[in-house]
Design a protein around this ligand. Structure first.
Ligand SMILES: Nc1ncnc2c1ncn2[C@@H]1O[C@H](COP(=O)(O)OP(=O)(O)OP(=O)(O)O)[C@@H](O)[C@H]1O
Ligand SMILES: [Mg+2]
Length: 317
């Protein structure tokens, strides 16, 4: 199945979702006209605060939520025109646990393979059980699995039909460090083998490490989309951290455009803008204040800083 003509795995235009009023709650515009193109072959991060609309978008891709308006193409197939093909092209690991407690992992994977019309000779149940580290739990009831194991089983279910696009909605929430690393290794492997990966996570370090490209949504609107490296480059804030030879107690030298601060560990940090201040200016002021430098380091902004800056300025607007 390689109908895909353009280089986009997902093309979304003008996507809107309004949840109807219910239980005394007013209607909710969860997506307010989102355009989003996700390149084939990428590991793509969809980030945003709680309630931003990430799961709504993903559940529309999965066919679990009906969109209010807009167009969704998955692997080149319009969801409304070619529902069967677009559904076959994507596998979704949902955020919510929706496992039947009376199924075993083996049973759940076999069942899912059947639902997706995978011919029995092509069932990959054992391979997937090994991939998600549940071979030894293959015949245990889902209700006896731990939370992390259940989440891994959801990942397995998303993979039975070998989709072109794999979507993971907070795959590592509540998963311990070892399993998290295993999960990311698996995801990387699947991506190297050609699968496009879309993920949401609130662990921004993970997104920074894993994703080639990132979109940030806030209040149902896309507020940024860029290659991860470009996104990180948007903030030109830097911090110079100096470990002095001897403890410094007094006020730090005043340098225009620089915020100096003594950290609890005794290091001196100077926050500045890369475009405005040179490191030399700071060093000169430090030497002039007769502070002797033992060690020197700089700190770059990380994805968390960028995320906070972008969502904050969108909220203020
Ligand atoms: N079934 C529903 N009925 C009514 N409102 C809903 C429903 N599902 C989600 N919402 C609302 O739509 C908005 C977007 O929710 P969504 O679950 O898409 O956010 P999210 O970005 O996935 O958040 P989180 O990071 O917490 O998972 C929220 O205001 C939420 O309350
Ligand atoms: Mg969500």
């Amino acid at each position: 199945m390689s109908h895909q003509s353009s280089a986009a795995a997902i093309e979304i235009t003008g996507l809107r979702k309004t949840y109807g009023a219910a239980n005394g709650q007013p209607p909710k515009d969860a997506l307010k006209g989102v355009d989003l193109t996700i390149p084939a072959g990428s590991i793509f991060g969809l980030l945003g605060p709680n309630g931003a609309g990430k799961s709504t978008l993903i559940n529309i891709l999965a066919g679990l939520v009906r969109k209010t308006a807009g167009q969704v193409r998955i692997w080149g197939f319009d969801q409304d025109v070619n529902p069967r093909q677009s559904r076959a092209a994507i596998g979704v690991m949902p955020q919510e646990l929706n496992l039947d407690p009376f199924f075993t992992p083996r049973g759940a994977l076999d069942m899912q393979s059947g639902l997706y019309g995978v011919p029995r000779s092509e069932w990959r149940t054992d391979e997937i059980l090994a991939l998600i580290g549940l071979s030894d739990k293959a015949d245990a009831y889902a209700r006896s699995l731990s939370g992390g194991m259940r989440r891994r089983l959801l990942l397995g279910k998303a993979l039975v039909h070998t989709p072109h696009v794999l979507v993971l909605d907070e795959p590592t929430a509540g998963v311990d460090i070892e399993l998290r690393q295993m999960l990311w290794r698996n995801v990387r492997k699947l991506n190297e083998d050609g699968m496009t990966i879309i993920l949401t996570t609130h662990y921004l370090e993970e997104a920074e490490e894993m994703c080639d490209e990132i979109a940030i949504i806030n209040h149902g609107e896309k507020i940024a989309q860029d290659k991860t490296a470009n996104l990180l480059g948007r903030l030109d804030a830097k911090t110079l951290v100096i470990t002095p030879e001897a403890p410094v107690s007094g006020p730090l030298p005043e340098i225009p455009g620089v915020q100096g601060q003594i950290r609890p560990d005794g290091t001196l940090c100077f926050a500045y803008r890369r475009g405005q201040i040179s490191v030399e200016t700071i060093l000169e002021a430090v030497r002039h204040a007769e502070i002797h430098i033992r060690e020197l380091a700089t700190e770059e902004p990380d994805l968390e800083d960028v995320f906070v800056a972008l969502t904050r300025s969108a909220d203020a607007a």
